[in-house]
Design a protein around this ligand. Sequence first.
Ligand SMILES: [Zn+2]
Length: 451
Amino acid sequence: MDIEIQLPALLFAAPPAAEQPPLWLTNARLFDGTRAPVRDHVGVLVDGGRITRVGAAGDGAPDGSVVIDLAGKTLMPGLINGHMHGVGQVPDPGFGAQPTLPGTASHLLGAKLREFLQYGVTTVRDMGTYGDQVMENRQAMRFGAYRGARVLTCGLIISGTAPGGLVFEGMYREADGPDEVRKGVREQIRRGADFIKIMTDGARSVELESGVCRHSDGSAASLPNQLTYDEMTVAVEEARRMGYRVAAHAEGLAGCEAAIDLWMQTVEHGFYLHRRPELLDRMAERDVALVPTFSSSYVFAGRDLDVGLDGDPQRYCTPELDAVANANIRELEKTLQAAQAAGTLLVMGGDDLELRRGGVWIEVQRLVHHGLPAHDALVAATSGAARALGLDELGQVKTGNIADLAVVDGDPIANPELLGDRGRFWLVLQGGSAVAGSALEVGVADLGIAG
Ligand SMILES: [Zn+2]
């Protein structure tokens, strides 16, 4: 569905690069963010913060440009993390430590936003946070305090009054009845949100919402919706009227069906969709994207950094929720493969609550492990995500786009595990500015006197 969208995140992006000569990135292997085959010996010209030419290395550089030889390296769009939570994680220093001050979490989030760049992630979508930490960091980046991943945010999550409102106290805007839901949507727009997120149904991390105390088929596939159809209709109507997209938290099939009926732009989680293949077909027809989010289920299953279900899990949630999380990984594997077969738009987003090392590499590996070809996993992390999020000028290496680019030493399609190795990110550009990469880093050893 075409809506003329509002994205404050683009307004709040870091200031444009200082005057710099054009960059001619040449001899690269190019993954352009789409399903097009990877090409060798490509040259890409970056000027004024944009990609101004995609051609052959032999085309030669314009006069006055800086020539950067990328032989042996892969040039690709800056990665997009389509589902994360902009929450700074304050370590627990132990009993007796000085109490944590209210602003500390925000600084720790800022450190993560900088770290994203070091792993080639130039844009992230915040799916719910506490307080103003995302907005504070966005302002700090706007005013040039530091460079970090550009953040799209939902503000608070619109939910009915529900048990999750206690578990995630401060992350939800609970609203009951159409008028209050409309007001909740307007409040997020007032805060500067980029899109509206609604909880169609409950969360697998909340025992009173996850279906574990219901008589059912042992899964949450039949979860009831928490918001009524009328409430969801109003949320979508108000968001769309004002030019904002809607993301649906939807685990059970009823939540997914409502999201698709009401034409929300993304379905987050959607574990059981393989059981209703016609819903995946309708998603493909309507360009409603699926964000599979393997990583949060791995965390809840106590499988932290595992890829696959072979390792011995550690306890993370209650035993019942642990079982749900393990079952969800198996369901999601079937859904991922069915969605791929149906041609449903896929978005990479781990929902990784710890934001480990950029938070993207392990979700990509899990997508690949559970059956998505690596090339398609990287499409989901670039042009697929950009399309679902309404980022028309990001996610693809093409003329005219904003120059968010990552240069990887090696081939991340053949070896997706490279994405977890910070040293392999040789150069990262955001809006044409060199913001990260091993080529820019000087270590103490480099300062020694040669010989
Ligand atoms: Zn989430």
